[in-house]
Design a protein around this ligand. Structure first.
Ligand code: PLP
Length: 389
């Protein structure tokens, strides 16, 4: 079923562009399906706020009972404001500043995911300073290769994320000296937009080995946090509007070893919010290059940077219920920003475009609006919400 109908077209035609459009009914349905398959195994889901931190998006996620995964002090504050219970908030990130650590401590969040030995020492010192004990999970780097864009892999050998196995001995030696820390979990996150379940299976197997090694050395974890990364179908958003949560959680259930009572946590961003959002833009000009046709639209990398940053593909469609009689043409869909990397799609075949046409850039709910910038002093991109309860 198509997300956009002629009613949408008529409504959008009255509005100023560009804007983000979110279908909260699809978000709701996605949350239900994710919850259904996670609950089957007693798994806990934390929503990764960095994918989209709009209050209208956070509200249904809070209501669904999910926790929050934050990567900055301001995200921790946003999560608390939106109503996530602090005991369901985790805080990851390789570069937490002292101020951000103190925010996490004062909000008494569930757990810090710690990414280096130096960070352990800093958190211990800050916790001592404010007279508290910090709960932590050790983020380990399982050193697995995953099939995704190189900028979004996080679990390979030369990577800034996580504590590498070569540091484990010194970590164990140090722990007894850090009296304001309580190690509650073991954590990994191997990357994003991962669609091949064998990548998760491999990660589980490495993670099992690491967990056993720590247990053999006397360190036990009440919680296992295996991160996020489940991919979505950018090519067929209408055929596959909901990510494959069934297979995903089933893979972890099969391959992740647990001790009795050990709780399993996930941190999902993209898979929960990507498909419910689209960026709506208007064609400003159609330009004939030497060999190419360019459609210059009123949204660009300042509204959606994923194509420029990761060469990401987004499905682009013409919103015109009457376009049936136009012939097809291939376009580079480019934005107004003064950068050659400012494109939304390359070699996209669409009905012949003209000034004023409305386009939907699909699957833009995650890492879209939240990455918008004011470069070229562009206006802040607004959002509209459909099916708000
Ligand atoms: C970005 C991130 C996530 C979420 O990743 P998705 O691919 O959006 O599911 C989870 N955990 C950590 C630590 C992250 O940095």
């Amino acid at each position: 079923m198509n997300m956009f109908t002629s009613q949408h077209y008529r409504r959008f035609a009255q509005l100023e562009t560009p804007f983000y459009y979110y279908d909260l009914a699809l978000l709701e349905k996605t949350l239900q399906v994710a919850d259904l398959y996670a609950s089957k195994y007693g798994f806990h889901i934390h929503y990764a706020l960095k994918a989209n931190a709009n209050f209208e998006i956070l509200q249904p996620i809070v209501k669904a009972g999910f926790g929050a995964d934050c990567v900055s002090g301001n995200e921790v504050k946003r999560a608390v404001e939106a109503g996530f219970p602090p005991e369901k908030i985790v805080f990851a990130g390789v570069g937490k500043s002292d101020r951000e650590i103190l925010i996490g401590l004062s909000e008494n969040i569930f757990c810090f995911n710690v990414e280096s030995i130096e960070e352990l020492q800093v958190i211990d010192a800050l916790a001592a300073q404010v007279g508290t004990t910090a709960r932590l999970a050790l983020r380990v780097n399982p050193l697995v290769e995953v099939n995704t864009h190189q900028y979004i892999t996080t679990g390979t050998a030369e990577n800034k994320f996580g504590i590498p196995p070569r540091d484990f001995d010194s970590l164990l030696a140090l722990l007894p000296k850090l009296s304001h820390l309580q190690i509650v979990g073991l954590h990994m996150h191997i990357g994003s937009q991962i669609c091949q379940m064998n990548n998760f299976r491999d990660a589980c197997q490495k993670f099992n080995e690491i967990r056993r090694w720590f247990e053999q050395h006397g360190l036990h974890f009440a919680h296992l946090n295996v991160g996020g990364g489940l991919g979505v179908d950018y090519h067929h958003p209408d055929q596959n509007p909901i990510a494959d949560f069934e297979n995903y959680f089933d893979t972890f259930n099969r391959y992740l070893e647990r001790q009795p009572g050990q709780q399993v946590h996930f941190e999902l961003g993209r898979a929960l919010v990507a498909q419910c959002g689209s960026l709506i833009t208007r064609v400003l000009y159609v330009k004939q290059g030497q060999t190419k046709h360019f459609a210059i639209v009123d949204a660009g990398m300042t509204e959606l940077i994923r194509p420029a940053l990761y060469q990401a593909y987004h499905k682009i469609e013409l919103l015109d219920p009457f376009h049936g009689n136009r012939s097809l043409q291939t376009y580079d869909i480019v934005g107004p920003v003064c950068e050659s990397s400012d494109f939304l799609g390359k070699a996209i075949t669409l009905p012949q475009l003209q000034r004023g046409d409305l386009l939907a850039i699909r699957t833009a709910g995650a890492y879209g609006q939240v990455m918008a910038s004011a470069y070229n002093l562009r206006d802040k991109v607004p959002a509209i919400y459909e099916n708000q309860p």
